[in-house]
Design a protein around this ligand. Structure first.
Ligand SMILES: N[C@@H](CCC(=O)N[C@@H](CS)C(=O)NCC(=O)O)C(=O)O
Length: 265
């Protein structure tokens, strides 16, 4: 693809993973246009998004290739979008760790530890982590205003029970794993796969930054009294991600357009 001339448009929805793709574009300095969508009162995406992609979710990226007879490309799923831009745009190479150990190209076990972790996280982010986090968010909604007040005591009881029996112990395993990854990056460094920011950090940035300001404290009774005290490396990493220059620019971009910026819906 003649990536320099391709026209890239991000379909952005408030309080959504689309912010992670804005982070990607700012990091890679890819020129892009934004199409802004706002969630309905029920927090779902507006129906217009289904005209862009059948699932009607964000993020979606549309690319109009340089050649006028080429069909537009529609990309959905955060890790796939990150992978696509990492492969097609020259600056994207920086987001993928070196794959092979010297002299071990193409062999089983010839991959570097950095690449193995990177590739795992690219699948893990949506396949395992987000699935659990979204379940927790839905269960938490059973305790809120969306539920009629007269049945809320019951729905709250059920939600609390499932969160403490299932979500809390499951998410604890996830946070423990991420904490251990940060204690043992394959090569020394501040990021999940070593000293450089990679696609693995980008796919986890939105959900992890959403957990700042005490949001993960509410999941359950953390051993050391708070999420930050129980998972100090992970919490410090989440704070670092929020301070990444490209993330800061992505937030400012939204502030400039919308007047304010928040990770929550
Ligand atoms: N697995 C998809 C998830 C997409 C998704 O669920 N997006 C949410 C926002 S984070 C959404 O569009 N929600 C609105 C809706 O479901 O109507 C990805 O990785 O991008």
């Amino acid at each position: 693809m003649a990536s320099e001339q391709a026209k890239v448009k991000l379909h952005w929805l408030n309080g959504s993973r689309a912010q992670g793709i804005l982070f990607l574009f700012e990091q890679l300095q890819i020129p892009y246009e934004l199409e802004i969508y706002h969630r309905n009162k029920d927090k779902l995406a507006p129906p217009e998004l289904t005209k862009v992609h059948p699932l009607g979710k964000a993020p979606v990226v549309t690319i109009t290739p340089e050649s006028s007879d080429a069909d537009p490309i529609v990309l959905a799923e955060t890790p796939f979008i990150v992978q696509y831009f990492s492969e097609h745009f020259p600056s994207g190479e920086s987001l993928v760790p070196k794959r092979w150990k010297e002299g071990r190209e193409g062999q089983v076990g010839g991959e570097t530890a950095e690449w193995m972790r990177y590739q795992y996280i690219m699948y893990y982010a949506e396949g395992s982590f987000m699935a659990q986090l979204v379940l927790y968010v839905f269960l938490s909604a059973l305790k809120g205003d969306a539920i009629p007040f007269f049945i809320r005591p019951i729905s709250k009881l059920i939600a609390n029970q499932i969160i403490s029996m299932f979500s809390f112990p499951t998410l604890k395993k996830h946070f423990t794993m991420l904490e251990s990854y940060l204690a043992t990056p394959p090569s020394d460094g501040a990021y999940l796969c070593g000293p450089k920011l990679t696609g693995a950090d980008i796919v986890l940035a939105f959900p992890l930054i959403s957990g700042l300001n005490g949001a993960f404290d509410n999941i359950g009774q953390w051993e050391k009294g708070s999420f930050a005290a129980t998972f100090p490396r992970l919490h410090a990493y989440m704070e670092r991600l929020e301070k990444e220059p490209a993330w800061t620019r992505s937030a400012q971009k939204i502030r400039d357009i919308e007047g304010s910026f928040s990770v929550s819906a």
